[in-house]
Design a protein around this ligand. Structure first.
Ligand code: URP
Ligand code: ZN
Ligand code: ZN
Length: 479
């Protein structure tokens, strides 16, 4: 029987998945991968990968786009500029946050967020929820219902006045995660310690951006990570600890894993490539650009994070893209001027640079394998949030979201990026690779030089259950 020709064939690919690397042609029909093999028949459109590495498009499972903020703060990237930037850096699925304000219904937050995304996204997207007001109505009705409808993950904050929950509230939410098979993501920093330290710093006039890191030392992350693990143990439910920054939290997670607990962990580029010095070695306000929470640590902690990426401690590598312009009253200069660190919006941009940074320094720098790169940037996030194998894999039936990698020397500049932020924390960094081509649903969206818009074609993804296996027991370093 004669088959329809392929819509697209990607030829001469060195396909890398989370477990294998092999040479193949990739046949695509109706936006999906339908065949992997050699010497596939011609397609309507042909792309020659020339033996280059082809990975699944990235899944950035922690990014903030057009998230409602308290005035005057306003995020620079919406679903248009954010997903444009993502695609140019090899990310083809994003999972930002529908954030509930205190007093707001969770359903209303989700509906509002759909309106922000509708007709704007260039790539597919799903939503995590942020639960900041776990009322009986939220716990008993709204959240279980939303989970059933495909919003299967939610973030719990242990810090930030407008978002933080107490231990009892966290336990209530973890119980819902357990009962309905959802994934609870936890921002682990001790809010009271941060407030106490912040007041002391302010009382002695130490309010420059660099003191943000002094107000959030590793022990506040360690304590909250330990507590989050204990709460997860009490309820007997897996959790995923987001944006882990260094040794103290890593040790807590290693200990829990050695006991067989299902504690998953995420880290981000800022903990590999920035240090607290990037917040300033003097009182310069330029450091506000790198104010994020938890803050970047030091070189020795970068090594701890690299080790955790290599040995399986970390499950997911996300950007935590939280885009605020530096020179803007709605950004890092609230109201138009320099402010005390307490008032600087937290977060740094990184959607576009996440994959190239890890590919350059991790894979080409010999720190992680190519397969581990795929697992961390695409396969595991897709599994953790219930969109695998449609996303995060190169397999028959998966969406044809692909990245062809090109090894070349690049000096990173903000001018070359596609977000709406006026800086990158990685300005001037030398990279060794960048996507030569990004395909979304079998269509070229980035050709190595130009972005090809597909605004409004990005689809909302209803998420299923998390399908991550219990995490392996990583060896203790040195053992
Ligand atoms: O500083 C950060 N990480 N801002 C984004 C919000 C969050 O907690 O992830
Ligand atoms: Zn967070
Ligand atoms: Zn975040």
């Amino acid at each position: 029987m004669m088959r329809e020709p392929f819509d697209v064939v990607v030829r001469n690919a060195l396909v890398a998945t989370a477990c294998d690397t092999f040479h193949a042609d990739i046949g695509i029909r109706k936006g999906r991968i339908v065949q992997l093999g050699s010497d596939l028949p011609a397609g309507h459109s042909e792309i020659d990968a020339q033996g280059r590495v082809v990975t699944p498009g990235g899944v950035d499972a922690h990014c903030h786009l057009d998230q409602p903020m308290q005035a005057p703060a306003c995020m620079a990237d919406n679903f248009d500029s954010g997903t444009r930037s993502a695609a140019c850096g090899g990310t083809t699925t994003v999972i930002p946050f529908a954030a509930q304000q205190k007093g707001q219904s969770l359903r209303a937050a989700v509906e509002d967020y759909h309106q922000r995304a509708e007709g704007r996204a260039h790539v597919d997207y799903a939503f995590h929820l942020i639960v900041s007001d776990p009322t009986p109505q939220v716990l008993e009705n709204e959240l279980p219902e939303l989970i059933r409808q495909g919003y299967t993950s939610f973030k719990i904050y242990m810090t930030y006045d407008d978002l933080k929950l107490n231990d009892g509230q966290i336990l209530d939410l973890l119980e819902i995660a357990k009962r309905h098979d959802a994934m609870a993501m936890i921002h682990a920093e001790n809010a009271d310690c941060i407030e106490w330290l912040t007041r002391r710093l302010e009382a002695s006039g130490r309010t420059a951006p660099r003191y943000h890191a002094h107000a959030r030392p590793m022990l506040v992350e360690r304590e909250a990570t330990h507590r989050a693990i204990a709460l997860s143990e009490l309820v007997d439910v897996p959790i995923l600890i987001v944006h882990v920054s260094g040794r103290d939290a890593v040790e807590q997670i290693r200990n829990a894993r050695a006991l067989g607990m299902k504690i998953f962990a995420e880290t981000c580029p800022q903990y590999l490539f920035l240090t607290a010095d990037d917040l300033g070695i003097d009182d310069s306000y330029l450091g506000a650009r790198c104010v994020c929470s938890p803050p970047p640590r030091d070189k020795s902690n970068q090594k701890v994070i690299w080790d955790g990426l290599a040995d399986g401690l970390f499950t997911v590598f996300s950007s935590d893209h939280a885009p605020f312009r530096f020179n803007a009253p709605e950004g890092k200069k609230p109201g138009g001027g320099e402010v005390a660190f307490r008032h600087i919006p937290n977060g740094i941009p990184g959607l576009e640079t996440r994959m190239p940074l890890l590919y350059s320094e991790g894979v080409l720098g010999g720190k992680i394998t190519l397969n581990r790169f795929v697992e961390l940037t695409a396969t595991n996030p897709a599994k953790a949030y219930g969109i695998h194998p449609r996303k995060g894999s190169i397999a028959i039936g998966s969406d044809a979201d692909l990245v062809i990698w090109e090894e070349r020397d690049i000096s990173l500049t903000n001018a070359s990026l596609h977000h709406a932020v006026d800086y990158t924390p990685y300005e001037g960094m030398r990279l060794r690779a960048w996507p030569r081509l990004t395909l979304v649903n079998g269509e070229i969206i980035w050709d190595g030089e130009r972005f090809h818009p597909r605004q409004g074609q990005g689809r909302f993804l209803h998420c299923g259950r998390p399908s991550l296996l219990p995490p392996p027991l990583p060896p203790f370093p040195g053992s």
